[in-house]
Design a protein around this ligand. Structure first.
Ligand SMILES: Nc1nc2c(ncn2[C@@H]2O[C@H](COP(=O)(O)OP(=O)(O)OP(=O)(O)O)[C@@H](O)[C@H]2O)c(=O)[nH]1
Ligand SMILES: [Mg+2]
Ligand SMILES: [Zn+2]
Length: 312
């Protein structure tokens, strides 16, 4: 009897019951077992960037297991009352949060949600503020002041005027990177600037809503030069960071995390507690008001999410 052939493959793209997996240099369609599909109760679904243990059974590749992830970028699946994780991508070197400074302006609150999701999943982050050609110095300062202590690096780009594309290209060189952000922010445009061979589709920002329409349909890894991978995501409308709790949330805000030990109470939630050092610095350069507002909003969501069903 021949040895059972087995190997490890990389998920390039996955949707429903089919994944496209790079197996020994060839991309193949492989069926996803029910327990690893999106929405399966209590399980982490399979994701782009996953390494899969595979073996050949009756001439077909079968998934035997998901190699434990080094990290993951996950949100709660929108539109469900129950909490289901949607792993957007796994095993990343970097999440580049692509925001646009205008047309459409990405709200700070949304960026904060992506930062929290990445921090919860242990994925390093960078903030790219695109469409810099549409903004002036005062707006750059507003962004820099808000995010200076929250994320590093922050770069201002223009896909249209080709500003700072070299800096971005250098940042992602040879790495596995996910571009995340709202529709119309310019993720696909930036990806194409970095590597014209990628030829990812872009589309006009919707004239009616100014919000931009979805042009990218699923998270897909594209091979880049020098051995890296770039995942272009469809614009995310919502991001509910999955797995946040009132206890872990303070550690996903670097401004809080840096000084949280100096609060009087160990379990301080940095709201109205006596001896809270965090509330002392809110509104200073160390912790801008807008970032604190995001923290409070996410904290109340985290409290809500942990309320047992029978009390809701
Ligand atoms: N002025 C200006 N327009 C830009 C820039 N980058 C992208 N755009 C325009 O913004 C629109 C949306 O760009 P896309 O690259 O498709 O945006 P996306 O983030 O990939 O959007 P989805 O795929 O829908 O998530 C297109 O019309 C681009 O030409 C920029 O730096 N400056
Ligand atoms: Mg796109
Ligand atoms: Zn505190």
């Amino acid at each position: 009897m021949a040895d059972r052939e087995s190997t490890t493959g990389l998920v390039i793209w996955t949707m429903g019951h089919i994944s496209r997996i790079l197996i020994n240099g060839t991309v193949r369609n492989v069926k996803v077992p029910g327990k690893w599909r999106l929405g399966a109760r209590g399980k982490r679904p399979i994701a782009t960037g996953d390494f899969i243990e595979l073996s050949i059974v009756r001439k077909e590749w079968h998934m035997d297991g998901i190699v434990p992830r080094r990290n993951e970028f996950t949100r709660r699946l929108p539109g469900f009352s129950k909490l289901f994780p949607q792993v957007i991508a796994a095993n990343l070197d970097l999440v580049v949060i692509v925001a646009s400074i205008a047309e459409p302006l990405t709200p700070f609150g949304f960026i904060d949600r992506l930062l929290v999701a990445a921090n919860l999943g242990n994925v390093p982050t960078a903030l790219v503020v695109n469409k810099a050609d549409l903004a002036g110095n005062d707006q750059y300062d507003r962004w820099k002041n808000n995010y200076r202590n929250a994320v590093d690096p922050i770069i201002f780009t223009s896909a249209m005027k080709k500003q700072n594309i070299d800096v971005l290209a250098d940042m992602i060189k040879g790495r596995t990177v996910l571009f995340a952000g709202r529709s119309g922010a310019g993720k696909s445009s930036l990806a194409n600037c970095i590597d014209p061979n990628l030829d990812i589709k872009t589309r006009e920002v919707s004239d009616v809503t100014g919000k931009g329409k979805h042009t990218t349909s699923a998270v897909k890894l594209h091979p880049t030069s020098e051995g890296g991978w770039l995942a272009d995501t469809p614009g995310l409308r919502e991001c509910g960071p999955y797995g946040k709790t009132p206890e872990n949330l303070p550690f996903t805000f670097p401004e809080i995390e840096r000084i949280t030990e100096r609060c009087k109470f160990r379990d301080c939630r940095h709201k109205t507690e006596i001896g809270c050092m965090v509330t002392e610095i809110v509104g200073t350069a160390d912790f801008p008001e807008e970032r604190y507002k995001s923290y409070l909003k996410l904290l109340s969501e985290a409290v809500e999410e942990q309320t047992p069903e029978y009390l809701k």
